[in-house]
Ligand binder design. Structure first.
Ligand SMILES: *[C@@H]1O[C@H](CO)[C@@H](O)[C@H](O)[C@H]1NC(C)=O
Ligand SMILES: [Cu+2]
Length: 239
């Protein structure tokens, strides 16, 4: 009996460590510390209810730790979101390769990046990658692992300067053949964009709201000879 419990515990830990968290942001050549300027959860599990407020900036089942920091970002530069299984460091500590799916980033203009709750209207997508190599069967998640967990996110030049939430997201589709089976991983970084020209105003969506449980890119069987993939959410905003 004792032995069996030990094995079940190992299985549970194995599953948990295949999850992931966006733990660090690199901006202007500076890699900020773990959880600095990021609302980091204590547990690396996914959000699975697309209608929950937690789909915006995590929380709920995975309580998040607030951060007082706001990270300076220059419009027109590329920032890097660093993904890890847990808050620990290490080269292999990214996400299990079984967690195939898209990798995206969104922004939301806010008055105060520290206190804004995240959920609600105002979100626009600034980058996405999906089924990047159908011939090889590889996805943006596989590319992220090859990039040692660093998601490169170009910050548009034409948006207004000011405070934003930067939401980096991975959707793991290994269990997505049933409704509620897709695993959404996301955290929000608190940033202050300077140098934006403000010449364009992006169309925005709500989170929750931008995803439906039965979207073709959310509920699908990725093991059924998939030829193409429709990344869920709005189109990417380009200047
Ligand atoms: C954002 O950047 C502007 C321009 O550098 C600065 O004046 C402002 O104090 C910054 N705000 C925060 C919250 O960092
Ligand atoms: Cu997982």
């Amino acid at each position: 009996m004792k032995l069996q419990n030990a094995f079940s515990l190992a299985a549970v830990v194995g599953v948990a460590t295949s999850h992931t968290i966006f733990t660090q942001l690199t901006a202007g050549g500076v890699t900020n510390g773990l959880g600095v300027g990021i609302r980091m959860p204590s547990y690396d599990g996914p959000i699975t209810n697309v209608n929950s407020n937690d789909i915006a900036c995590n929380g709920g089942p995975n309580p998040t730790t607030p951060s007082r920091s706001v990270i300076d970002v220059q419009a027109g530069t590329t920032v890097k979101a660093r993904w890890r299984h847990t808050q620990q460091s290490g080269p292999d500590d990214i996400i299990d390769a079984s967690h195939k799916g898209p990798v995206m980033a969104y922004l939301k203009k806010v008055t105060n990046a520290v206190t804004d709750p995240g959920y609600g209207s105002g979100w626009f997508k600034i980058s996405e990658a999906g089924f990047t190599n159908p011939a090889a069967g590889t996805w943006a998640v596989n590319d992220l692992i090859a990039a040692l967990g660093e998601q490169s996110i170009p910050i548009p030049t034409c948006i207004a300067p000011g405070q934003y939430l930067l939401r980096a997201e991975i959707i793991a589709l290994h269990g997505a053949r049933t409704s509620g089976g897709a695993q959404f991983y996301m955290e929000c970084a608190q940033i202050n964009i300077s140098g934006g020209t403000g010449t364009k105003t992006p169309a925005t969506v709500s989170l929750p709201g931008a995803y439906k449980a039965n979207d073709p890119g959310v509920m699908l069987d990725i093991y059924q000879n998939l030829k193409s993939y429709a990344i869920p959410g709005p189109p990417v905003f380009y200047c």
